[in-house]
Design a protein. Structure first.
Length: 113
């Protein structure tokens, strides 16, 4: 049973660390949001969505590393480190997504939903 836990937690850690650090493209839903934005705001909407996406990924990577680091320092095993890394990734993604844009981006995105 412990081998299964170690294998699963190792795979979780590997999948979290294997994510790319930068956002290169928008999803279909985000592309549709850009397309329906006002013509003068389309470039700004695209830039702000890419910036938000990149902030979320950067936050997830930082949260993963921080959560795993804290678990290791606290003396946890691989399973605890994987759990802490997952929680850190979730929190970091949410925080990074919310804090990666400035007031101008927030206004442009609010105008063009």
């Amino acid at each position: 049973m412990t081998k299964v836990k170690l294998t699963v937690s190792g795979l979780v850690l590997l999948s979290l660390l294997a994510t790319p650090a930068t956002a290169k493209s928008l999803s279909k839903k985000e592309e549709a949001r850009v397309a329906r934005a006002a013509p003068q705001d389309q470039d700004d909407v695209r830039y702000c969505l890419l910036k938000r996406k990149k902030g979320g990924k950067t936050g997830a990577i930082a949260g993963t590393a921080g959560g795993a680091g804290v678990a290791v320092i606290a003396g946890g095993g691989l399973a605890e480190a994987a759990l802490a890394a997952g929680a850190g990734a979730l929190a970091g993604h949410t925080i990074g997504k919310g804090s990666s844009t400035n007031k101008a981006c927030d206004e442009v995105l609010a105008r063009n939903k």
